[in-house]
Design a protein around this ligand. Sequence first.
Ligand code: CS2
Length: 522
Amino acid sequence: MLERLNSESLSQLPKDVELPGYDRSRVTPGIVHLGLGAFHRAHQAVVTDLAMAASGDLSWGILGVSLRSPATRDALTPQDGLYTLALRDAGDDGQPKEQLRMVGSVLRIMVAEEDPNAVLERIAYPQTRIVSLTITEKGYSHEPSTGYLRWDDPDILHDLEHPERPRSAIGILTYGLALRRERSLPPLTLLSCDNLHANGDTLRNLVLAFALRLDATLAAWIDKNCTFPNSMVDRIVPGTLDEDRARISARLGFEDAWPVVGEPYLNWIIEDRFAAGRPAWDLPGGATFVRNAAPYERLKLRMVNAPHSGLAYLGAMLGMRTASEAAQDPALRRYAEDLMQLEIAPTLRGIPESGLEEYRRRFMARVSNPALSQSLQQIAMDGSQKVPQRLLGAIRDRLRRGDDCARLVLAVAAWLHYLRGHDERGDAYAVQDPLADALARLLSRADVAATAAAPAQAAQRRAVVLAGFKPVFGDLGRKQAFVQALAVQLERLREQGVRAALAELEREAALARALEAEPAAQ
Ligand code: CS2
């Protein structure tokens, strides 16, 4: 049995483990972070740790908040908030190599569901200057196709009725800010670090909509005093496995109940609009501050998250388990590369082709990282919340110009096909999605419509019903070209399977190339 990791262990760790470069006992809290999952702990918390060491400004400790689950709090509290970050990659010999670092920036963890008031108090605490969020797409209680607050969301309804016990992130933030105003405290920055289109603007609109419903003067106060910078975050962070816990603890000589594992690559772009200062996050290997994050966010959602989702749905249906397994399959690899090169890159105007080429190459290398075990189901989950900003924006852009988007549409069709809940070998998996019930009803309606139609019309009828799902597709479902393309790709997946659908795309591409190469007709 190993002793549990805690502050006392720092001096006894092996020499090759990097330590927080500052005196942790002098750190004071400046950030409240909602959603203390593995991603935050492998990304913003690490850059905050490095920034405190480099600048000597120790007033940016993080108070972490888990919205529901006590698991992270229970794992990290006995460790005084300390945990290991393991960066993994393949070494020159092809074997996994791993660099360990102790992260010291998380001071304490609270669980909102147990004690929402403690969280509101912390937001309304004079020293709190940033409230940041990684609550995943579904944490925003918004409609994915429009970005509007879902007033029928059970948590939002609950929070309107129970100001003293909010449970949605939007409710917690708004009531916390109301308390801040009551106490005449200085302004605050709300920093979304989720993979959402215009994440800061989206968060701002949601908080203001909720606040307006409570009290127009509160909304005006928030609007005047708080900033909501947009940001782009990037690092592949698989969920921690038991074998990671065991391997890392053995190397430390102490038990770490919840280390996090990630790739060496990290990118963070933030709009420099902070209402009350910020840590010196702009260090080498840290964040870059910009005036407008939109082009970076679009690049990342389309050139990382879109192929990721495409690989996840197609790979999962083939019965694969991890992203690197999918990315190393020759046909899937070609699909992901063609998707980016032929269909997505041309929608990213203003970025030089060589830059996009480099970005594509780097993504393929990152996703193939054999030392990381990122589960395809993790990427595939919550598709209703991910598909719009990852795939549908690019599809809209291409349709507007009359361009072909078969590969993008195949990824969307693969998501819809994946929702059946079993792969091509018949193995079942759980579909995790906040709209799972509505999606299950949608699939049945599509089946009924297809069965009732004449055989030649069945595929088309199915696609019309599926694309009519407004929360995801919005008005795209009314675009004939989209519905048509969706019908083709879905039918291929249903009738012939993933491999044949991919082969068909390659045949079409080869034909198009041959036609282009042919001398013009006499
Ligand atoms: C992934 C992302 O789980 C997912 O949906 O696509 O978490 C991805 O790994 C990160 O955005 C990479 O920065």
